[in-house]
Design a protein around this ligand. Sequence first.
Ligand code: LLP
Length: 464
Amino acid sequence: MEGQEVSSKDEGHKMLPVDGPGWSYVNGVLHCDGMSLEDLRMSLKKDYGLQGSPAHIYSYSALVANVKKYTDALCPLGERGVLSYSLKANNNLRVLEALRQAGVNMATTVSGNEILMAMKAGFAATNIIYNGTGKRRWEVELAIKHGVLLNLDSEFDARLIAGVAREMGLRARCIVRLNPALNADTHPYLATALADSKFGVEFHQLERVLQVVRTGESGDVEHVIVEGVHIHVGSAVSRTQVFSDMTRVAARALREFPPQIRERGWPRASTINLGGGLNIRLSGVPGKNDERPATPEQLVGAILPLLPEGSTLLLEPGRSLVATAGSCAFTGVLMTEVLGVKTNGKRRFLVVDAAMTEVIRPALYGAHHPVTHVTIPACQEWAVMDVVGPVCESGDFLARRCMLSLSLSSGAALVVWATGAYCSSMASNYNLRPHAIEVIVKAPDLYTVVRRPENFEDLISCYL
Ligand code: LLP
């Protein structure tokens, strides 16, 4: 152990990484919506054996609280303030249903299968948006057939959509995605509106794109309805300044582009879709997260004065509904069990049963997800540890340099925080690991398994 960092001080690391509804420590045990996570894990073990861990746990009350933050913020706009949930953040069918029932009006999708999933969750097809840089014909056909709102991303996308609509003898509802050349000051992989990003059309290309759908090869105006514009600067955006810049650009789009679209023959173009992007806030995590990300209220407050009379504001958050943001609440954690402790060189490793297959974000973006104990140990000796999984990759870590109890041993439970967004939906079967079980907790004595764990048969079922 020589050279390793050991501490006997309480540094606050055993506490919740952020305050909010849904989660609390009661008598030293983490509770979700009043249910002890120790009780929950015993119950999952009883019903699912070893497949009961790791487990994605979602708090129903946190989810509802997050939706309310947005619906309250959009309230001044009445029916012209629309909340559309971005499915890519978490596409669990029951999570989608819960979001819809909690007040989410629309669903934002990026594939044909996400469109089908949103419809299965009860969203009316006309309340679904379909984004995408590379749409395939069957996906465009599906969207047009059901009246889904398509987000037009390029000239070739415009040609495809107009052509398919013409062939089908139907009208495609569209908005146009603009690339405002804005730096979202986020991880490079999460910035989507840089001048050289792959998304959207540059302002100077707009005219051309509108021309394509208006005249196409044979007068496609009959087959395309342009309803407005879309800007999404990126995800995990921490600096509120970025949102102000975005609002300024959006204001310009409001002033200039819908009238331009109107002049080209679509008199009802009035939708302004400002995408998603609010970052999560994790207290005690150094760096950008120390800065409080904008809340839905601040975001809408900044946009409202710039909205032209009669326009519809559409927001399509993902992360801030199912993870946490600004003043929003944690929705999901990943509960995992310790398999063993080992040391190599000066590093102490806590090997757990979860891995990069369940939480890819640390390996992919260098994201930090705090790890805490499910039961705060009596032992007051703490040490710095890397929490790693069983996957055969050195990049398989859930969190590095965490302060955790020296008393941890095989069988103890930990939680990885803020895993409600972009964890289950980005999971993989690498190393033939099954997709983890998912649970929504609603009350001290009420939880629902909303995704059963995969088994070996599931994993081999597609091999012919
Ligand atoms: N609208 C559009 C057009 C988007 O591209 C995205 C996310 C959203 C809305 C929702 O953004 P959110 O509110 O969730 O930030 N896998 C990455 C995140 C990729 C986000 C892609 N687009 C991660 O784990 O952080």
